[in-house]
Design a protein around this ligand. Sequence first.
Ligand code: NAP
Length: 282
Amino acid sequence: MEFVTLNNGVEMPVLGFGVYQVTDLEECERSVSDALSTGYRLIDTASAYGNETAVGKAIKKSGIKREDIFLTTKLWVQDAGEGKTRNAFNKSLKNLGLEYIDLYLIHQPYGDIYGAWRDMEALLKEGLVRAIGVSNFESDRLIDLILHNEVKPAVNQIETHPFNQQIAAHDFMKENDVQQESWGPFAEGKHDIFTNALLAGIGKKYNKSVAQVILRWLIQRSIVVIPKSVKKERIEQNFDVFDFSLSGEDMDQIVSLDLKTSSFFDHRDPDMVKWLGTRKLT
Ligand code: NAP
């Protein structure tokens, strides 16, 4: 496995496994078990995914040493705020059956994120979390959080795939020493991504699938990536991306696919801010 070093010195695997929309808890536990036995050591979940308990069970059953696993979970909007965030963190710890979390992210840039950040800074100082960061923060929100707080986010997890490459956001994060992490590396299958002619053509040269080309492209851009699959064969395929390198020409060609806009929704759309901001976890 290759690692990136976060701005506080913590090492994070460059490839991990995501469990968004894996709501069947048995399927989630089995998929995480398959991922861990394949060699994945970074697992990405969230309180909003409702599957922290299943992730925790798979980690426990794996017998892998705790320090060899990098676990990320996320704070939901309703729990952003001083005091509330600590309680939500404790609930996640309990659900996961862990004593600490490797990376705790603010899931959405809404609500009392400054109150949340103060709690997260305290959790970091107490050693209950090894790194803190954000998700879905556009560059204006990111710089504001950086400027007005003591601890800089270590990571910003944002939608990043060939149809939304985030080149400007990537440069901004680099300048500010914040690690970019891609969510939705396959755009969840949108744009007929798995049969895209350009990506398939590049894959053919290396005897690799479109999925493998995309993961390799992200890793070569120094972006951490967390593909999701519930199928063992795909879980294995998505991990098998360290025995080839895309050429400079391949990397340049992939730039031509960029539509420079979200394939899902705009985090600044008032309807979405309202929809996400009023969604309550039970
Ligand atoms: P994704 O990884 O882009 O795509 C997952 C889809 O691709 C699934 O339908 C999966 O189907 C399919 N797939 C996976 N590997 C494949 C392969 N080798 N060949 C063909 N199809 C393949 O989507 P995502 O789950 O949204 O993103 C990944 C992770 O990012 C999430 O699980 C989550 O941890 C994180 N995320 C975070 C946010 C956020 O707001 N922070 C938002 C979305 C996602 P099967 O499962 O049937 O194989």
